[in-house]
Design a protein around this ligand. Structure first.
Ligand code: FES
Ligand SMILES: [Fe+2]
Length: 485
């Protein structure tokens, strides 16, 4: 219910505010989930993943409307404490919450002069560029004005969301990190919302594109109960293709594994070692009841014929319908044909992620239709997708022990691709390498695994090879399958 009343989200934010750093001892950096941080040679790639997220990217931070007009707001992300406030001309100021004078919390201050925030202690007053414009406690002749800058973060408001750059380098082009439909005036935001998962960001995004969890962990989700099958199982897994060192787009090449020559897949598969079938046949009942609704209303021919109105032009943003793509820094993205589902897992602290959802589609020609669509998406779909379905991921994936030895299967080969992308190709990794700061890994266990899979024809041996896969990603027929079955 967090989708509608925000009780849980506000409680988390109050707790973050209450736990703001203070005192005489420099706060200890967030512990690394028990991962090795010694700088020695490592064999497990997970130890190279930055616990508080990649820095050199644009991130969605907060809905702009949540920032009060005359008051600053405390926020935390990527392990840093931020003070948001209203800047000049509708811009959003984002500066470090730590006053450079004597360390007071700027978000406890007030906004007396337009476009500035004044520290609650001695009145140092900063603009969105982080410049100290005045020191109210010392009067107009204070020598502090113009000195004592506070760290400022570039921001940009897109479709009601504040995006923020927290990297040490100059900001990259925001179009490289933010989905293209946010810049397209012909699209409309069907809904945007966020919630919190009590887990590290990497666990939250590794949860995606996971065909074995889609089938099993979500067996009781409305999405699975109201389709004829849910997502097809595969012992091989979806393969991913690297694009522009920022995205892994799905190949969805192995979805037909259990289909017969006629392309038909049994509803229930037999497990000889268990002496039984799964899914159980009763699971067909909800689908049988709801099939007419899906066939004639939700996925009716007229609607499906229009489904491709919103497609991304570039492969990087997953123009193929149905698959789940990953995009750096922390995004999973599904093209539903009628719109794009985007989910970001923004690192807040080592064990907390702010999970941001943005669903966008093409704006209809007539505003009453847009109203009806929004009512549907807000009233049902948001719950169905973000809280009923994804909520199961939060409950199951979030408490995983990321430091324990893993036994990855062929289905996980795409996961290793993601880890390689983050640790070898991300901007952070490239910068670290240029500076000679890269930790030297020994032979990594997952490299070995990928090579084994490659020998069996089940995976890719390297990101280069993945990038060179010439095979076109087939259109995944999940949506249509609903009423064909
Ligand atoms: S601590 Fe902020 S003005 Fe003194
Ligand atoms: Fe899942």
């Amino acid at each position: 219910m967090g989708a509608y009343f925000r009780f849980e989200e506000r409680a988390v934010e109050r707790k973050l505010r209450a736990e703001a750093t203070s005192g005489v001892i420099k706060p200890v950096p967030e512990e690394a989930l028990g991962l090795e941080q010694s700088g020695e040679r490592v064999t497990d790639r997970r130890t190279l993943i930055p616990v508080l997220g990649l820095r050199e990217y644009w991130y969605p931070a907060i809905p702009a409307k949540q920032i009060p007009q005359r008051k600053p707001l405390y926020w935390r992300m990527l392990g840093e404490e931020i003070c948001f406030f209203r800047g000049e001309d509708g811009e959003i100021g984002a500066i470090s919450d730590v006053c450079p004078h004597r360390g007071a919390s700027l978000s406890q201050g007030i906004c007396v002069f337009k476009g500035t925030v004044s520290c609650p202690y001695h009145g140092a007053t900063f603009d969105a560029a982080g410049t100290c414009k005045a020191f109210l406690g010392e009067g107009p002749d204070s020598k502090m004005a113009g000195k004592m800058p506070v760290k400022a973060y570039p921001t940009k408001v897109l479709r009601g969301w504040v995006f923020i750059w927290m990297g040490a380098e100059q900001p990259s082009a925001i179009e490289e990190d933010v989905p293209p439909e946010l810049f397209d005036s012909k699209t409309t935001v069907m809904f945007s919302t966020y919630t919190y998962w009590p887990t590290n960001w990497i666990l939250a995004i590794e949860n995606q594109n996971d065909s074995h969890n889609a089938q099993w962990a979500h067996r009781n989700a409305m999405m699975n109960l109201t389709s004829n099958r849910g997502r097809s199982p595969t012992p091989i897994g979806p393969r991913s293709k690297l694009v522009n060192d920022r995205a892994l787009v799905p190949m969805m090449a192995n979805q037909n594994y259990y289909k017969d020559a006629a392309g038909k897949e049994m509803f229930s598969l037999h497990y000889p070692t268990l002496g039984g079938n799964w899914p159980r046949n009763w699971r067909k009942i909800p689908w049988a009841i709801l099939k007419p609704l899906y066939k004639y209303v939700i996925y009716n021919k007229w609607r499906m014929a229009k489904k491709n109105l919103l497609t991304s032009e570039t492969e990087e943003w997953c123009p193929s319908m149905g698959g789940s793509a990953w995009h750096l820094p922390c995004q999973v993205r599904v093209n539903h044909g009628i719109g794009y589902f985007n989910r970001f897992a923004v690192p807040v602290s080592a064990n907390l992620s702010r999970v941001v959802y943005l669903y966008m589609r093409k704006r209809p020609r007539f505003w009453p239709i847009e109203l009806v669509q929004k009512a549907w998406w807000h009233g049902y779909y948001k719950w169905w997708m973000c809280f009923n379905f994804s909520g199961q991921d939060a409950r199951i994936a979030a408490p995983c022990r990321y430091w324990t030895p893993e036994n990855l299967s062929a289905t996980d080969s795409h996961l290793i691709m993601l880890r390689k992308l983050i640790t070898e190709r991300s901007r952070d990794a490239v910068i670290a390498r240029q500076r000679g700061a890269e930790r030297q890994p020994a032979m990594l266990k997952d490299d070995q695994l990928l090579q084994d899979l490659k020998r069996q024809g089940l995976g890719e041996a390297s990101l280069e090879e993945a990038a060179n896969v010439g095979e076109a990603a087939p259109v995944w027929d999940f949506l249509q399958k609903g009423f064909k079955g």
